[in-house]
Design a binder for this molecule. Structure first.
Ligand code: SF4
Length: 140
C-alpha cells in the first residue's frame, strides 16, 4: 500500500527505505529531494515501455573483482579531482537518467553495469556512466 506522503508517481510496488533509494530520500524529508522524486518518477512514467522494462530474471552485477577495480578507479579519479562534488543540477540530471535506465536494479538502487549505488555515484564530479548514458555535463 502506498504511503500517504509518498512523492513517487505511480503505484507502489512494495519498496521500503531499505530497498529503494527513492523511499530513503523521501523519508529523509528534504523538500528539494521530494520535489526531485516527484519530477523524476513522473518523467520515468512517461518513458516508452521498452525503456523501463524491468529484467525478468535476477539482476546480474559485474564480478566482485570487476566491481572492486571499478570502485578503486572511480575513487582515484575522484581524489585527483580534489574530491569535488557535482553541482546539484548535474546530480539531478544524472539521477534522472539513471532512474529511467534499464540497467538500474531498482530494488537495490545499484547499476548493473558497474555495481555502483546510483544514489552516490552521481555526486562525484569526476564519475561517469560506464555506458556513456550521462553524456556531457549539463550547464552548472
Ligand atoms: S550509471 Fe549509466 S548504466 Fe548505470 S544505471 Fe546510471 S545511466 Fe544506467
Amino acid at each position: 500500500m502506498k504511503c500517504s506522503s509518498c512523492p513517487v508517481a505511480g503505484a507502489c510496488v512494495g519498496q521500503t527505505a531499505e530497498t529503494s533509494f527513492a523511499c530513503g530520500m523521501a523519508e529523509r524529508g528534504l523538500e528539494s529531494d521530494r520535489n526531485w522524486i516527484r519530477h523524476a518518477s513522473g518523467e520515468a512514467e512517461t518513458q516508452p515501455a521498452e525503456v523501463l522494462e524491468a529484467p525478468s530474471s535476477a539482476p546480474e552485477f559485474p564480478t566482485l573483482i570487476d566491481q572492486v577495480v571499478g570502485l578503486v578507479g572511480t575513487l582515484v579519479s575522484w581524489a585527483r579531482s580534489g574530491f569535488s562534488l557535482a553541482p546539484g543540477i548535474e546530480r539531478r540530471r544524472r539521477l534522472t537518467i539513471c532512474l529511467a535506465c534499464p540497467l538500474l536494479d531498482r530494488p537495490s538502487g545499484r547499476c548493473t553495469a558497474c555495481g555502483c549505488l546510483t544514489a552516490v555515484k552521481p555526486w562525484l564530479a569526476s564519475a561517469d556512466c560506464p555506458q556513456g548514458r550521462w553524456g556531457p555535463p549539463g550547464p552548472s
